[in-house]
Design a protein around this ligand. Structure first.
Ligand SMILES: NC(=O)C1=CN([C@@H]2O[C@H](COP(=O)(O)OP(=O)(O)OC[C@H]3O[C@@H](n4cnc5c(N)ncnc54)[C@H](OP(=O)(O)O)[C@@H]3O)[C@@H](O)[C@H]2O)C=CC1
Ligand SMILES: O=C1O[C@H](COP(=O)(O)O)[C@@H](O)[C@H](O)[C@H]1O
Length: 514
């Protein structure tokens, strides 16, 4: 294999099971992490803080790791360090200010454009100098490129990396790229982008990040479903009436109106984050925990989704959205959507998956709500008290609870709605739940693609939503206005109820006290 070529066969970690990730930790040698778009918002708020957390926990040893920021803005190393310093907070560090200073010293900045050789040659020289300085340690050289950039520049940046910045070590190693969403705007543009990047990098080098896959309770879904006998016989159309996957934010587009208006809530949240969660809720048991086995099952679920019916969609736009000067006055972009997906397979035929996402609503939360069918032949006449519901709250305050009907304590034979409650904050008191980005970046270093979106998954996801998105883009479907701070359009609750969701009334949760 010539210099600069992709080198997979030297690594056996790719063959390992993701849950036995120890095998993935064996690689040593120089690691260069290059954050492209280092002057931007994502880099400042998510990428560098995630790297800092990893550093504090010893995953980025200073004798191996160097971090490079790259962007067009002409600033010095120290100016970049000062920009990100305020975002580096860690409750995992014994001496935070010392760790911040040491971490910042690992960062160098290179300025250059995204489509010209000069900047990337400069970047390559800076990385090579770092690799050279560490060459006393035998080992591979690893280069991780994190594209914290708008997708419009992905093709040119990937071309430049391929041409000028690939790993050159004879001792092995790799070059990997991490790309952020949005991966395209519809099926054609996503496929075009995939083809452009696919000509330059092999699939095992490409990490399409969806940060919802890094959330603790999303990662728990496979364990929950397939390691608990309790759920195995219940998780199907015979027992489950409907599934809701909900994302709510209690703030609007806040300065991101221009970006958001091009995409809307379906492309921003539903087509990626909520659909990925749906896959993990609905997929069949994978053959093993190998990333390819898991992703094979996710693709099958996506390919089983039926075309979306217009009458199973409610769109909303919050009042005041177009006041943002970067948003056109007559924007048709939805900031809220409820979409019902139906999976045409043996397990899920007839079970609606209600995907709901909205900005500027009355609360902030993300949860999965699995609602079971009514008890047949109910001798307690308790149907009106509510169905069994299994709720997995992804955020905030991670929790899982099962709503149950129990006998009300006392002399009378009365029933009441209660819950089996696993609240993480209470159950895992001394455990810090890692940030999604932190976990996913560590996976990219370890070469574990389980929690990243494969090209065929992406294609199948766009196939589901493209007709609906084109209908909205063409103005055939229009959003209804809703009040900021409300539940969104009333039609959304009506649609959920029509699909079979029964709201529990009169249930009061009493938080446990220790
Ligand atoms: N461990 C924990 O932290 C636990 C916390 N709790 C808390 O107890 C409270 C009640 O729990 P729970 O009943 O599960 O959750 P909620 O009362 O928040 O919501 C129940 C369901 O009713 C829907 N809903 C709410 N208002 C309306 C409405 N006006 N019209 C139609 N549908 C509506 C919700 O949809 P939507 O999502 O769209 O609002 C959701 O699907 C919650 O605050 C919950 O967080 C309960 C158990 C454990
Ligand atoms: O990808 C995105 O996600 C955030 C919400 O992420 P969360 O982890 O805070 O739930 C959302 O605000 C943003 O619009 C979207 O692009």
């Amino acid at each position: 294999m010539g210099s600069g070529e992709w080198c997979l066969q030297k690594r056996d970690s790719f063959k390992s099971d993701s849950f036995s990730i120890n095998e993935n930790v064996l690689e040593t040698g120089c690691l260069s992490i290059i954050v492209l778009g280092a002057s931007g918002d994502l880099a400042k708020k998510k990428t560098f803080p995630a790297l800092f957390h990893l550093y504090c926990q010893g995953f980025l040893p200073p004798d191996e790791v160097h971090i490079f920021g790259y962007a067009r803005t002409k600033i010095s190393d120290d100016e970049l360090r000062n920009r990100i310093r305020g975002y580096l907070v860690s409750d995992r560090s014994a001496s935070p200010s010392e760790d911040v200073s040491k971490f910042l010293q690992l960062i160098k900045y290179v300025s250059g454009s995204y489509d010209a050789a000069e900047g990337f040659q400069l970047l390559d020289r800076a990385i090579a100098a770092h690799e050279f300085s560490k060459s006393s340690q035998e080992g591979s050289s690893r280069r991780l490129f994190y594209l914290a950039l708008p997708p419009s520049v992905y093709p040119s940046v990937c071309r430049m990396i391929r041409q000028y910045c690939m790993n050159k070590s004879d001792l092995g190693g790799w070059t990997r790229i991490v790309v952020e969403k949005p991966f395209g705007k519809d099926l054609d543009s996503a496929e075009q982008l995939s083809a452009q990047i696919g000509e330059l990098f092999e699939e095992p080098q490409i990490y399409r990040i969806d940060h919802y896959l890094g959330k603790e309770l999303v990662q728990n879904l496979l364990v929950l479903r397939f390691a608990n006998r309790l759920f195995l016989p219940l998780w199907n159309r015979d027992n489950i009436d409907n599934v809701q996957i909900v994302f709510r934010e209690d703030f609007g587009t806040e300065g991101r109106g221009g970006y958001f208006d091009e995409y809307g809530i379906i492309r921003d949240i539903i087509q990626n984050h909520l659909l990925q969660v749906l896959c993990l809720v609905a997929m069949e048991k994978p053959v093993s925990l190998k990333p390819e086995h898991i992703r094979d099952e996710k693709v099958k679920v996506l390919q089983s989704v039926l075309p979306i019916k217009d009458e199973e969609v409610v769109l909303g736009q919050y009042e005041g959205y177009t006041d943002d000067p970067t948003v056109p006055d007559h924007s048709n972009t939805p900031t809220f959507a409820t979409v019902i997906l139906r999976i045409h397979n043996e397990r899920w035929e007839g079970v609606p998956f209600i995907l709901k996402a909205g900005k500027a609503l009355n609360s902030r939360k993300a949860e999965i709500r699995v609602q079971f069918k009514d008890v047949p032949g109910d001798i307690f006449k308790c149907k009106k008290q509510g169905r069994n519901e299994f709720v997995i709250r992804l955020q905030p305050s991670e929790a899982m609870y099962m709503k149950l009907t129990v006998k009300q304590p006392g002399l009378e034979m009365l029933t009441v709605q209660s819950e089996l409650d696993l609240s993480y904050r209470q159950r895992y008191q001394n455990v810090t739940i890692p940030e999604a980005y932190e976990r996913l970046i560590l996976d990219t270093i370890r070469g574990d693609q389980q929690h990243f979106v494969r090209r065929d998954e992406l294609k199948a996801a766009w196939e589901i939503f493209t007709p609906l998105l084109h209908g909205i883009d063409n103005g055939e479907l229009k959003p209804t206005l809703y009040q900021p701070g409300s539940r969104g359009p009333a039609e959304a609750d009506e649609l959920s109820a029509k699909a079979g969701y029964v709201q529990t009334h009169g249930y009061i949760w009493i938080p446990p006290t220790l």
